[in-house]
Design a protein around this ligand. Structure first.
Ligand code: SF4
Length: 344
C-alpha cells in the first residue's frame, strides 16, 4: 500500500451516494460533506473521496531523547526522530499541545514534506546519536493513520523502531492492523472516570481501556501517561482503580503521572506537587514503576528494582545513567527489569 509520492487515499472511509464520506477510523464516525474536514481536521472530503491531507506533511520534526516521549523502559538513553502533524480527534479542555492539536488556522501552518523514505534517511543520518527509529507524537498520530501505517511498515522492514504517543481513540480493526508494525506506545489515559473523559475530553474511557489491553496482548511495549488535573481526575480512589486495572495487565507496566499547567480553555492553577506525590504513592500500591513528570521531585524519574528496591537507572534532564543493572537484571537480586534495553 505504500506510495512513492506524498499523496494517498484514506482508508477506513465509506463513500455515500449523496457525495459525503463516512470516516470509520475512530468512533466519532464523522460524515463529511464535499470540501469539509472531519472533527480532527486532518481528513477531507475531496470530490466524494476521503483524502488524508496531512499525509507525509509534518508540522514538527525533531530528534528527541526517548525519555521525553515519555518512554523510560524502551531503549533508555537512545534518541528517536519525533514527528507530528496537526489535528486531534479529542477535545481536551486542558490540552497542553493545543497549538498543533487544534490550530486556529491549519492552512497557515508551515508543514514539511517528509515521505516515509525520507524519514528513514533522516533516522540513518542520526544513527551516530543512537537514533533507533521514529516516534509519531506531538498532536494525535492516529488521525495521521495512513502515514503512520506506511512509515511503520517501512521502519519494520529497515530493522528500525516505530513508537506512538497517542490518546488511543481508534476503532479496533485499524488499531490491531497498525499494532503489527509498532514496537512501543505511550498511551494517554486521561483519567479513570467516564464522566471526566466525556465532559473534559469528548472521549470514551472504554475505548482507551480496550486499546491499551489489545496493545499489551499484541506484545507491544506499553507505558501509560496520565496528566493530573486538579479537581478533575485526581481522585485517589480513581487513581487506585486505574493502577489496579493496569497491574492486572502487567504489574511492571510503567505509569507516568504528569503535572498539569493551565492551557487552552482550562484556567485552574497547576496541579499541587502534593497531589502528584500522593497519587504516585497510591499507584505504587499496585504498580512497580510509577514516575512523575513536569515537576521536580527527588528520585521521581529513577527506576528501581521491582524485586528488591535497588536503584537501577537514574535520570536527570532526560539523561540516563545505569547504576545497578547488568544484562537487563538487578545486580543485587537478579530480578529482570521489564524493559527493552540498548546502550545503557
Ligand atoms: S478520524 Fe477524524 S474524521 Fe475520522 S471519525 Fe475520527 S475525528 Fe472524524
Amino acid at each position: 500500500m505504500r506510495t512513492d509520492g506524498v499523496h494517498r487515499e484514506a482508508e477506513y472511509a465509506r463513500r455515500r451516494t449523496d457525495g459525503s464520506v463516512e470516516c470509520e477510523l475512530c468512533d466519532r464516525g464523522c460524515v463529511i460533506s464535499p470540501g469539509r474536514t472531519g472533527f480532527c481536521g486532518g481528513r477531507r472530503n475531496v470530490d466524494g473521496r476521503m483524502v488524508p491531507e496531512t499525509y507525509a506533511r509534518a508540522a514538527s520534526v525533531a530528534l528527541d531523547p526517548m525519555e521525553k516521549k515519555p518512554l523510560y523502559h524502551f531503549y533508555p538513553g537512545s534518541t528517536v526522530l519525533s514527528l507530528g502533524t496537526y489535528g486531534c480527534n479529542l477535545d481536551c479542555s486542558f490540552c497542553q499541545n493545543w497549538q498543533i492539536s487544534h490550530p486556529q488556522n491549519p492552512g497557515g501552518m508551515r508543514l514539511v514534506d517528509l515521505a516515509p523514505e525520507q524519514m528513514i534517511v533522516k533516522i540513518r543520518d542520526n544513527s551516530h546519536r543512537n537514533c533507533v527509529g521514529a516516534a509519531f507524537t506531538y498532536a494525535e498520530p492516529l488521525i495521521w493513520y495512513e502515514y503512520v501505517l506506511d512509515s511503520s511498515q517501512l521502519l519494520q522492514e529497515e530493522g528500525l523502531r516505530s513508537v506512538l504517543v497517542t490518546n488511543g481513540h481508534i476503532r479496533s480493526a485499524p488499531w490491531k492492523r497498525l499494532l503489527r508494525y509498532v514496537d512501543a506506545c505511550n498511551i494517554d489515559v486521561k483519567g479513570f472516570n467516564p464522566d471526566f473523559y466525556r465532559s473534559e475530553c469528548a472521549g470514551d474511557l472504554d475505548v482507551v481501556r480496550r486499546n491499551v489491553e489489545s496493545a499489551v496482548s499484541a506484545g507491544v511495549h506499553v507505558e501509560v501517561t496520565t496528566l493530573l488535573v486538579p479537581d478533575g481526575n485526581d481522585d485517589l480512589g480513581e487513581i487506585r482503580d486505574m493502577a489496579a486495572w493496569l497491574a492486572g495487565l502487567d504489574p511492571e507496566l510503567p505509569l507516568h503521572l504528569s503535572r498539569y499547567f493551565p492551557h487552552r480553555r482550562m484556567r485552574r492553577p497547576p496541579t499541587p506537587v502534593e497531589t502528584i506525590t500522593a497519587a504516585r504513592d497510591v499507584a505504587r500500591e499496585k504498580l512497580r514503576h510509577v514516575y512523575v513528570g513536569n515537576v521536580m521531585v527527588q528520585d521521581a524519574s529513577d527506576t528501581f528494582c521491582a524485586g528488591c528496591g535497588e536503584r537501577l537507572m537514574s535520570r536527570s534532564a532526560f539523561r540516563v545513567r545505569t547504576v545497578n543493572l547488568s544484562d537487563g537484571r538487578c545486580r543485587r537480586c537478579g530480578h529482570p527489569l521489564n524493559a527493552v534495553l540498548c546502550g545503557v
